[in-house]
Design a protein around this ligand. Sequence first.
Ligand code: FAD
Length: 535
Amino acid sequence: MIRVSGIKLSLDQDEKEIKKELIKKLRLPARDLIEYKIFKRSVDARKQDHIYFIYAVDAVVVQEEKLLRKFARDKDVMPSPNLAYQYVKTGSHCLKHRPVIVGTGPAGLFAGLLLASMGYRPLLLERGADIDRRTQAVQRFWQTGQLDPECNVQFGEGGAGTFSDGKLTTLIRDLRCRKVLEELVAAGAPSEILYSHKPHVGTDILREVVKKIRQRIISLGGEVRFQAKVTKLLVEQGKVSGVVVNNSETISSEVVILAIGHSARDTFKMLYDTGAKMTPKAFSIGVRIEHPQQLIDEAQYKQFAGHDKLGPAEYKLAHHASSGRSAYTFCMCPGGVVVAAASEEGGVVTNGMSEHARSDRNANSALLVGVTPEDFASDHPLAGIEFQRQWEQKAFSLGGSNYHAPAQLVGDFLLDRPSQSLGQVVPSYRQAVTLAELKHCLPPYVVETLREAMVEFDKKLKGFAHPDAVLTGVETRSSSPLRIERNEQRESTITGLYPAGEGAGYAGGIISAAVDGIRMAEAVAEKYQPFREEA
Ligand code: FAD
């Protein structure tokens, strides 16, 4: 198979025309092209008057070797690399018990799927409910303000990313990303995520996908238990010997993959008390900004705004401020909504999500400023959690102490004055917003950096600092506030404990967390043989 890149189609051309372009590019008779499939599709919108789709295609042709020699100097034509996932060789120690995986977010699910595929029959423990009951708990919170601290936007089957935009973009370069995408497609995600430059799934589809992955793990011999919170890690002579679930049931295991996400504050505390080495780490805090999606489409696509083939436009902006801090947009959700994402009583946390169609009226994005351990009140490993909590609680009280979120218009935020009423942008936050001054729930240096950055962003994306755009606070869970240290064998300072994913500080986002889960499963498999029950 050969990979041919740089095939350009205009918005008016049908995707079927790839074949014609391919034949032209390879200077082949049509009969010599046996088959092809799209490997990557991206949008080139750099020119004001033309927007193109750019394709890389994998093609099977007759006399492949000869063709490759003919195009030896053309960087757009090369042999297609083998992207098939390679399972690791299993180790020699025999496990005495099933491996335990804590958490069913992307890291836990993919660690579970891999170990189950390799015959390890893992046991997955999840503090929240299965996705159907979780969806009800989340809806109840959004409608009534009744928060279930064990089952919410952060906790439950599928983890934090289930009520999300389901963006699958990642900055990591790792062949396992392909494996993750293929498994998601096998579980019902649209196949275009395999080739889209900016793949996304949407909450509606993700909910079904995580259910199918769970069913697959079970069909491969694994077990998944919900409302099963790990409340204690059992350690004997520096080695894991098991876990306690819900303060009552002891489960023995010498291997625990810990994929608890960044919001399991009680579990972090328990681990710290157990002796797992942790260090505080930098993360970011800020607000969600909302604009009409049409404004973003027009700023990005000009006269092509609203074109069927383009879908709602995205953006990604960054600014290094005069203070030395950086502000950036993050986790932008085109055609989505701002959601209440708290997992702890008495705190307001915002985030963004969308359905697959991305057809809601507004675009939203996190607008964040980096904070470092120097900003926390102490150098205790858990100090970042306290820092987050402090701003979440301020936002809670500013919003009215009922999970309504404090909000302010961009124009007023820039002029440092309270908002009196909303303008043309209707906030999408599912509970109500309370107009307030966001400077009261953000550190002053974050406020200053955001103000400077918004003005700069407006120069790059016309309308970004529109006076009626809405800011909703606060966004504090951009990534983990700590790292659980792990060694070259990927174990923590406690042997047999494998910290995985975003909460452990080794991933950020669905794909990288899933990849990290796979890495942890590989580390377990490289060391151990599966546990075999005596006949
Ligand atoms: P998590 O997904 O957080 O999963 C951890 C799981 O562990 C949870 O289910 C939790 O209940 C469970 N758990 C915790 N403690 C225990 C315990 N003691 N016992 C048992 N179970 C426990 N990323 C993207 O790439 N694209 C997006 O579009 C996107 N949108 C997002 C939107 C929202 C609203 C949120 C909240 C996040 C979004 N993210 C997005 C981030 C993404 O969800 C996370 O990066 C990812 O889910 C991290 O995966 P993880 O498996 O490491 O942890």
